[in-house]
Design a protein around this ligand. Structure first.
Ligand SMILES: Cc1cc2nc3c(=O)[nH]c(=O)nc-3n(C[C@H](O)[C@H](O)[C@H](O)COP(=O)(O)OP(=O)(O)OC[C@H]3O[C@@H](n4cnc5c(N)ncnc54)[C@H](O)[C@@H]3O)c2cc1C
Length: 353
């Protein structure tokens, strides 16, 4: 798409573009400009020259064509959660999909279709009413767009795979302004590319996913052990997960208990290691399966139990507020979690070994 950072305003062209949109065109100086341009990571303060708040495919086609014709830098915003801030740009145009959040479930075919700006909260809400789910992220305000196009790891991954493993088709507007449907049998190479290729192949206006029977009640495992126990907890968790049933997906969180009324005052500020897991099968079986993970010592807190799936999916939302904090994320692939790796991890999380 376009590469110019500096927008040369052509008032008539902009006016014509704005008049054609069913959504809204926002410019610097407009009352809502600052609120709308804000993305999740407060570290980024980018100022697009234009924000096209699209209401549907037709607006997206117009926005892509306008950007190409005027050689504008393009950023596409789905949920706006990308840590690197790629949902926005300085100069150029933000194609904002955040008004496009419609979701339609076909309970018989076990599929869901969701617009490109929907969040996982939008999708889970609609699918869970039928006791169905597709693998998504762990924070409900994250967009299905960026998460799916990057792969998508969540609580259902060991049983049902990544988000892209469950993607059946997309509707997409490519850089030439053309609309396509891509699936395993139609535009198959494009479909291959978008499954992990991020937003580089066009603007996805709709995603179709396969659904699985999950919930509405699932088993949450969440014992919070004091960080002093980190070595034994990590080792025991690793050994447990090596033979755990696939219904159980789990990860480890090192954290500091926030000063928040949800947590007992005595725990505030304590460093903890949390075993965070979800069992997606029956609640009774789940309670039995997770029990050993709750008995590795005396937890400072234990938030385990039978919970609505939507509650688990949104449980961390309050701790990832939009625009308020300056985030820096880093990640690394590991081949295994051997003792040497554990010894390398612990001091980096402030734990003595
Ligand atoms: C609090 C938090 C929790 C997270 N949890 C998880 C998790 O559990 N699992 C996981 O796998 N990842 C997780 N992530 C990472 C997340 O998947 C990525 O940050 C992802 O890019 C967010 O997607 P988004 O649509 O919200 O972001 P955006 O910033 O809107 O988009 C990210 C990128 O994708 C492009 N894009 C977005 N939508 C579209 C579209 N419809 N068509 C074309 N391009 C598009 C954008 O242009 C941008 O380059 C998390 C991130 C955060 C901040």
């Amino acid at each position: 798409m376009g590469i110019s950072l500096v927008y040369e305003p052509d008032a008539l062209a902009v006016q014509t573009f704005a008049a054609g949109l069913r959504g809204e065109l926002i410019r610097p100086g407009d009352q809502s400009y600052d609120a709308v341009r804000q993305i999740w990571n407060g570290l980024h303060d980018k100022r697009p020259s234009l924000i096209a708040r699209c209401s549907g495919v037709a607006d997206v086609i117009d926005a892509v064509n306008f950007a190409r014709t005027h050689n504008l830098l393009v950023a596409v915003r789905g949920g706006g959660h990308n840590v690197a801030g790629s949902a926005s740009c300085d100069g150029g145009i933000m194609i904002d999909l955040s008004l496009m959040r419609g979701v339609r479930v076909d309970p018989e075919a076990r599929t869901v279709q969701a617009q490109g700006g929907a969040t996982w909260g939008d999708v889970d809400r609609e699918t869970q009413v039928f006791g169905l789910a597709t693998p998504g992220g762990n924070v409900s305000t994250t967009g299905i767009g960026g998460l799916t196009l990057g792969g998508g790891l969540g609580h259902l991954r060991r049983k049902y795979g990544l988000s892209i493993d469950n993607l059946l088709s997309v509707d997409i507007v490519t850089a030439d302004g053309q609309f396509h449907t891509a699936s395993a049998t139609k535009n198959a190479e494009l479909f291959w590319g978008i499954r992990g290729g991020g937003g580089n192949f066009g603007v996805v206006t709709s995603f179709e996913f396969r659904l699985h029977p999950v919930g509405p009640i699932v088993t949450r495992c969440a014992p919070w052990y004091p960080a002093e126990m980190a070595k034994e907890v990590l080792t025991a968790w690793r050994d447990f997960m090596a033979t755990a049933p696939e219904e159980l997906s789990s990860h480890i969180i090192f954290w500091t208990v926030p000063v928040h009324p949800n947590f007992p005052a005595a725990a505030h500020g304590r460093h903890v290691i949390i075993i965070s897991a979800l069992y997606s099968g029956s609640a009774e079986e789940g309670a039995r399966v997770i029990q050993p993970l709750r008995e590795l010592g005396t937890p400072l807190l234990d938030l385990s139990g039978a919970k609505p799936y939507t509650m688990v999916q949104s449980g961390f939302d309050p701790f990832f507020p939009k625009g308020e904090l300056l985030y820096y994320f880093k990640s690394r692939y590991l081949n295994n979690l051997n003792d040497e790796t554990i010894d390398a991890i612990l001091p980096r999380n402030g734990t003595k070994i």
